[in-house]
Design a protein around this ligand. Sequence first.
Ligand SMILES: Cc1ncc(COP(=O)(O)O)c(C=O)c1O
Length: 450
Amino acid sequence: MSVVPESRTGGPELAQERRLLTEVPGPRSRELHARRTASVAGGVSSVLPVYVAAAGGGVLVDVDGNSLIDLASGIAVTSVGNAAPEVVSRVQDQVAAFTHTCFMVAPYEGYVEVCEQLVELTPGGHAKKAALFNSGAEAVENAVKVARVHTGRDAVVVVDHAYHGRTNLTMAMTAKNMPYKQGFGPFANEVYRAPMSYPFRDGLTGAEAAARTIDVIDKQVGAGNVACFVIEPVLGEGGFIVPAPGYLPALAEYAAAHGIVFVADEIQSGMCRTGAWFASEHEGVVPDLVTVAKGVAGGLPLAGVVGRAEMMDAVHAGGLGGTYGGNPVGCAAALGAIATMRELDLNARAREIEALLVGRLRDLAAANPVIGEVRGRGAMIAIEVVQPGTTIPDAAMAARLSAGCHQAGVLTLTCGTYGNVLRFLPPLVAPDHLLHEAMDVLAQVGAATL
Ligand SMILES: Cc1ncc(COP(=O)(O)O)c(C=O)c1O
């Protein structure tokens, strides 16, 4: 039985159903797509070019009247649902009051309140402070700025399969070349990459994988040169990789012993997505700095860096900020989203979703040897698609399964360094019946595709 009342999953007017009135995409979407092609840069692509007219709960309704089951949440953003009532009402009030002053010019309470909430919700009872920005990449850039000023060191260590964004520094920190980096160099320097724990592929324990990572840092960078170690506690774009138990704590311990700032990039994994406020909690890790974005503001652009007060305060006045960082409307949305997460206990809901999806996917995997592994935490769940009986990635099969789901009205995403991971990121307010239906569709697509 879901902890989320049906009345909060998308509002009364948006039926929580999969409904196909046309092929996907339908004629009106195709018309819009033709228009788009004439004026929108080709470098900006869309996974599924159905043009959205409304969204809420666990569905997206397109301009042709099709209602698709949403297993993407706009890439882990609309955790509280699209147009969540508490987000909408607070945003409406804020927009009517004032839209922008720039916090660096004339401040306002919403920014302070969001920082207070983030300080409270992030792991650890030590003194913390926060600063707000526009996007995840911007938060990562600012975490690095804070770590460099605090330590007086330059080097940034990241891991294989990492994704941290598309700005120049975060492209350097991101592992995968296509599509994120190809042709966009030269990249920021003083970024070093170490091996990651990837249990399905390396078979190492957390301790063994951490020793391998640390060895590379010691030999190739030198611990005394490292400002920060930046890692996603559950890797997102890199393939929903959950490191082996003990890996993250061992690295946090190593960082603490060498004066390295341990930064948890929780942009995708944070804010209830994995069944905890932050995924670091699953391993009892208390990061020095945490980056937050995506789910924090229910669909409005807002990001933050939260961490040890003495680190955050190391930066001189005026060194952090930006015209729109912590915009009042984004802050209002965040306060509405956080209130919704608390009220509906979306951490508990994410754990329910994990049980449902993992149960259904394990049944599917038992009958389909192309599913090499079912993994993830909370409502951040994936299957890794391989050639049967091997760990050889099968990206073409993952793409066929995803495309089959799209045709049948289920919006899925792929990810992974090898492009062979099919991931499921439903809004946390999506009702059980839609999640079961999505899994039924995947099973049918699988049966037809394999
Ligand atoms: C872990 C992680 N870090 C950083 C980013 C970049 O965030 P944004 O796209 O808001 O710049 C993302 C986005 O997918 C992410 O998943």
